[in-house]
Design a protein around this ligand. Structure first.
Ligand code: NAD
Length: 482
């Protein structure tokens, strides 16, 4: 019997009104943990605690915030192996991927520790004689954070760190499937010396905990990452709430990777395999459309099938595994449904797509590669969020670029080419927030903005110093010195 891990509200660990469990997707007989579920009343308490803590935290010195964020970073980095293991067990990323994600979370806290020291306002002369004008940045208030399951430590980190850095208080709701990673991160934050109420953890469902955050008048802003469907509901609720809430949405993608005739074949295959299948394809930035020009198409497809047949799909914690399991049964059902849709639409399954049996019962799926796909098919237009990619043939670069941009999404895009001319043209003309040349579609660095355009994102960018736009509000003050 394991202890039921609690929520953190107003500086105390508290019981919930029910229990939620997380199951290891590599071994569905393995119960990772049990977590107290917060209800509406407890979520309201967390919001009240965050509201009460806000004035003092907003006035805290940059040094105090630097110290807290730095302490969080140090502990995360010191425990990255252990936390990476928990993440891999709970979500199904391979252990190296899990450790990498945790390290990134630690680096993000270190970055925002430094940012706390850099927040200085501007003072200048007014256009009117005799007046001074000052611009200052102030925190927005209580921020509700609603996060997805696929990066359960890094995404909360890139919301919580800037929120605390700029003087906001936080109510954090992790995704239902990954309360363990959220809980571990929260424990570290609670040991950083921040005052009671500044940070609160509420584990629970979107319909109860999430909805309460959206409806509550004392929540000033919502930072959301997740699906487009949920994002639309969040936007609507934030606009209709009274007072209206500030909000930012980071949502899905249908990310293109263009492979040109002049690409280095080996590089292109590594980039495509990593971009489409690592993290089991469960990345918002996954390269799910591989747009390949005529001259390299057949060689690329053959080399991809060969490379995919050598990938090890197994328990995320085993050494040497390339791809872990799908996160749960419902995501697996979705992946299989889309594989069937692709076949019914007339695309050819050139590799994979079969369920796999391993030592322990888990959600193992062979990476699936479609060929003969076109950009009007549902497998090319809708986010699948699994290890399923479609190769789309293009006549030339111009057609590849047009297909690449023909999507409602605009998160990440990539091109494999040895031509500076095409690489430069693609960087300028690709309609996405992040463009990669000879690299997998992803957002790799922790000190620069992460986000998209079109239907993938709404509102201010996350990460890097751009995060300031969301977590602060600008005040303009005029003084007549007399
Ligand atoms: P989801 O939309 O189902 O859930 C995300 C969060 O919203 C969860 O915490 C959930 O409990 C909550 N939620 C659900 N309904 C709600 C409601 N009515 N009110 C308030 N909260 C509610 O997404 P998911 O399945 O957890 O994550 C996968 C999605 O996230 C994919 O579409 C993926 O592309 C996207 N994603 C985007 C980024 C990015 O930065 N652009 C990063 C990672 C994941």
């Amino acid at each position: 019997m394991t202890a039921i891990l609690k929520n953190f509200i107003g500086g105390e660990w508290v019981d919930g009104s029910g229990v939620t469990k997380n199951i290891n997707p590599s071994n569905t007989n393995d119960l990772v943990g049990e977590y107290a579920k917060a209800d509406k009343a407890q979520t309201e308490k967390a919001i009240a605690a965050a509201k009460a803590a806000f004035p003092a935290w907003a006035q805290s010195t940059p040094q105090v915030r630097y110290d807290a964020l730095n302490k969080i970073s140090t502990e995360i980095l010191a425990r990255k192996e252990e936390l990476g293991r928990l993440l891999a067990r709970e979500e199904g990323k391979t252990l190296p991927e899990g450790i990498g994600e945790v390290a990134r979370a630690g680096q993000i806290f270190a970055f925002f520790a430094g940012e706390a020291l850099r927040l200085i306002g501007e003072k200048g002369a007014s256009v009117r004689p005799g007046l001074d004008v000052e611009l200052t940045r102030e925190p927005v208030g209580v921020v509700g954070m609603i996060t997805p399951w696929n990066f359960p430590i890094a995404i909360p980190a890139w919301k919580i760190a800037p929120a605390l850095c700029y003087g906001n208080t936080v109510v954090f709701k992790p995704a239902e499937l990954v309360p363990g990673s959220g809980h571990a991160l929260a424990e570290i934050i609670t040991r950083s010396g921040i005052p009671a109420g500044v940070f609160n953890l509420v584990v629970g469902s979107g319909s109860v905990v999430g909805q309460t955050l959206l409806e509550h008048p004392d929540v000033a802003a919502i930072s959301f990452t997740g699906s487009v469907q949920t994002g639309r509901k969040i936007a609507q609720a934030c606009v209709l709430s009274n007072p209206m809430k500030k909000f930012q949405l980071e949502m899905g993608g249908k990310n293109p990777l263009v492979v040109l005739d002049d690409a280095d074949l080996k590089t292109a295959v590594e980039v495509a395999v990593n971009g489409a299948y690592f993290s089991t394809g469960q990345r918002c930035t996954a390269s799910s459309r591989l747009i390949v020009t005529e001259g390299i198409h057949d060689r690329f497809v053959a080399a991809m099938a060969e490379r995919l047949s050598g990938l090890s799909v197994d328990d995320a914690l085993k050494a040497g595994v390339h791809m872990g399991p799908v996160v749960d049964q419902s995501q697996l059902d979705q992946d299989l449904r889309y594989i069937k849709i692709g076949q019914d639409e007339g695309a050819k399954l050139a590799f994979g797509g079969e369920l796999l049996k391993r030592e322990n019962p888990g959600h193992y799926l062979q990476p699936a590669l479609f060929t003969e796909a076109n950009n009007n098919m549902r497998i090319a237009r809708e986010e699948i969020f699994g290890p399923v990619a479609a190769v789309i043939r293009a006549k030339n670069y111009e057609e590849a670029l047009a297909i690449s941009n023909d999507t409602e999404f605009g998160l990440a895009s990539g091109i494999c080419t040895t031509s500076l001319k095409y690489a430069s043209h693609y960087k300028r003309n690709s309609e996405s927030g992040m463009v990669m040349v000879n690299l997998p579609t992803a957002g790799v660095d922790y000190h620069v903005p992460f986000g998209g355009r079109k239907g993938s994102s709404y509102g201010a960018r996350e990460q890097g110093s751009y995060a300031r736009e969301f977590y602060t509000t600008v005040k303009t003050a005029y003084t007549f010195p007399g």
